[in-house]
Every structure is written in structure tokens, then in C-alpha cells.
Design a protein around this ligand. Structure first.
Ligand code: KG4
Ligand code: ZN
Length: 340
């Protein structure tokens, strides 16, 4: 109902996020990340992530409330990511959310992580137009969606990646280039000093006979690895900045080309780009360029709402509350591989 403060909890991967939302307005949020503990393993270690959530969840709830100028007694509903994600990590958030909801005597809502990414944009730019095309690009997902009412209508999958996610591609190529994990932000930074036209990396699945909305990034990873091998074999120093810029250009080109084509084909006037890779500077600038040329409105959340956070989960909870959706039972289960 209107005026309800929704507390959202996100714990599907390495970020423990808590956010507070009321009537579409972000009141405050806080995040703790265990990324530093995973970096030396070159990927998120599920057991370490779960333990880190156990440590962080209490303090992060407290921090989010403080930032919002609220106390627990102000909370009128609790929303939590129930999937998809790492099982042990999800369990911590769901257990915490259930305890809170039970103790406070308020309704509990299970939220799909990707619906959260979509809703993140509403906190910055207001309600989503119906319909809109959403490009979700993160470490685990790369999908083009046709979204009507996020919590009332089914989401239509226009296309998905057939192999790696875009963020996974950045992370894997960064590793090949000898850059630290997670590679996405590092590639972005290093690419500033590189020439995007220096290497002609492929643009997978952009041929006339290819599925216009399907993605594939594993071939790009292989192409980048071959390019690095050729340099190393020749004994020349790897021009990492050029490689990073060219890779980033290829990924941004494919993502934005297909997203804009989806808008045009479906007569949709708004493109929303969300997920960790929406933080990429070239994805953002190329999306802007192409949307402007095509007369499409582009919406991209601010950086801190692109990557995983609790505010986006609270945002979906807030929409569910206001739509009069039935709360989840207190035996709500996690769904690590939840379909959208
Ligand atoms: O949405 P997110 O925080 O978590 C998932 O749900 O996966 O996305 C994380 C992914 C990682 O692969 C990371 O490398 C990538 O987003 N990423 C970036 C940038 N910032 C984060 N990729 C490219 N450029 C960036 N600036
Ligand atoms: Zn995510």
C-alpha cells in the first residue's frame, strides 16, 4: 500500500546490499562487497561469498537504515532476492529477510534478481514506460527483453546469449591480458589509452542469417586469446590498451546494435540498459549515439545502481506492494537457477 517503506536485501553473488524504498523513491542504501576476498582466486568462491554475507548482513541493514534516517520499526515490508544466484549466498539473504519479516510482523516478497536490475532504473528515472526494451548485461546474464508492466505482465525474452555473458567475456579476456579480476572495470579503464580500431575483433551473430537478438561472446574470448598469443609468440610486448579498447568496442557494438534493432522491430520508443556491464563507458556512449540517431529514448541507471545492490530489490518489492501482490510464505525457498 502507499506509504509503505520496503526494505530490500540482495545477496545472490558477492555483494551484500540493503536498500529502502517508499513509493518509488530511494530513501537510502548500503553495500558491502567480498570481491577483495575472491580476487586472488580469479572468480567468486561461493563458500567465501556466503560467509561474507553472514558477517555483513546485520551491519549493512543498520547502515542502510541510518542513511535513510529510519529505524527498523519504520519498515512495512521486506523484499529479498530469491534467485537466480549462488545457493549459499542466496540462503543468507533469504534467511535474514524471513527473520526480519517475522519479527516485525510485515509481509515478505521474493524477488527475481533480474527484475531487480530492471527496476533499478525506476529509482533514478521514474516509472518505466510500457512497453520498453531492456538490455540486461551482467556477469551472469546477457538478455534482450520486452517489458510491459514489470510486476503484472510476463516478461518476453527476445534473445539471450548462447554461451558466455558479456561481463564474463570482459572478465575472461582481462585474465588472458594479465589484468586483475573482475576484469570489466579494469578493461574499461585501460581501454581509455587504447585504439579501438587497432584490432578487428569479430562481431558474433551479426550476419544477415543470424538470430537478430541472440548473442555469443565465447568466440570473442578466443579471438582475444589468439591475438595475445600472436604477440607473445613474436616476443613483442602486448599492447593491452589497444586490445582492451578493441574488445570493448566489439562488445559495445554488438550489444547496442541488437538492442536498437529490437526497439525498431517492435516499435518501442525506450531502451533501458541495466546490469554491471551497463557501467561500461563505451556501452553507455555507443548506446547514446545510436539511440539518438534512431530517435529512441535511452535510460541507463547511475553506476552504483547498475551493479548489484539492495535498492533495486526494494524497488521491485515496492512495485509488488503497490500492485497488491500476494506476499511470499515464510517458507519461501531460494531458486538458484530461477527462470525469468
Ligand atoms: O550486475 P553485476 O554486478 O553482477 C551480476 O549479476 O553478474 O555485474 C558484474 C559484471 C562483471 O562481469 C564485471 O566485470 C562487469 O559486470 N562490469 C563491467 C564494468 N563494471 C562491471 N564490465 C565492463 N565495464 C565496466 N565498467
Ligand atoms: Zn546482477
Amino acid at each position: 500500500t502507499a506509504g509503505t517503506v520496503v526494505l530490500g536485501i540482495e545477496s545472490s553473488c558477492d555483494e551484500t546490499g540493503v536498500g529502502l524504498v517508499r513509493d518509488g523513491e530511494l530513501l537510502g542504501h548500503a553495500i558491502a562487497s567480498s570481491m577483495d576476498e575472491h580476487a586472488r582466486f580469479g572468480g567468486v568462491v561461493p563458500e567465501i561469498a556466503a560467509r561474507a554475507h553472514v558477517h555483513a548482513i546485520g551491519p549493512v541493514i543498520g547502515e542502510a537504515l541510518t542513511r535513510a534516517g529510519l529505524t527498523l520499526s519504520d519498515v512495512g515490508a521486506v523484499a529479498v532476492t530469491s534467485g537466480p544466484g549462488l545457493a549459499g549466498a542466496l540462503q543468507v539473504g533469504v534467511a535474514g529477510a524471513k527473520s526480519l519479516a517475522y519479527a516485525l510482523g510485515v509481509p515478505l516478497y521474493g524477488v527475481h534478481h533480474l527484475a531487480g536490475h530492471v527496476a533499478a532504473d525506476t529509482l533514478a528515472h521514474g516509472p518505466l514506460p510500457d512497453p520498453c526494451v531492456v538490455l540486461i548485461v551482467s556477469g551472469g546474464h546477457t538478455s534482450l527483453l520486452l517489458v510491459r508492466d514489470l510486476v503484472r505482465d510476463p516478461i518476453v525474452h527476445l534473445g539471450d546469449t548462447l554461451d558466455d555473458a558479456a561481463g564474463e567475456c570482459f572478465d575472461k579476456v582481462a585474465r588472458v591480458f594479465g589484468l586483475p579480476y573482475p576484469g570489466g572495470p579494469v578493461i574499461d579503464r585501460v581501454a581509455r589509452d587504447g585504439d579501438p580500431a587497432s584490432v578487428a575483433f569479430p562481431r558474433p551473430l551479426t550476419g544477415p542469417r543470424d538470430d537478430p537478438y541472440a548473442f555469443s561472446f565465447s568466440g570473442l574470448k578466443t579471438a582475444a586469446a589468439r591475438w595475445a598469443e600472436r604477440h607473445r609468440g613474436a616476443g613483442t610486448e602486448l599492447p593491452v590498451a589497444d586490445g582492451a579498447a578493441a574488445l570493448q568496442e566489439a562488445v559495445a557494438d554488438v550489444l547496442t546494435r541488437k538492442a536498437v534493432a529490437a526497439c525498431a522491430a517492435h516499435g518501442v520508443g525506450t531502451l533501458v540498459v541495466v546490469g554491471g556491464v551497463a557501467a561500461n563507458s563505451r556501452v553507455r556512449s555507443l548506446a547514446e549515439e545510436r539511440c539518438r540517431a534512431a530517435g529512441i529514448e535511452l535510460r541507463v541507471p547511475p553506476l552504483d545502481l547498475c551493479t548489484d545492490n539492495g535498492a533495486m530489490i526494494a524497488a521491485v518489492g515496492d512495485l509488488l506492494v503497490r500492485a497488491g501482490a500476494a506476499p511470499a510464505p515464510l517458507d519461501l525457498s531460494i531458486d538458484p537457477s530461477a527462470p525469468l
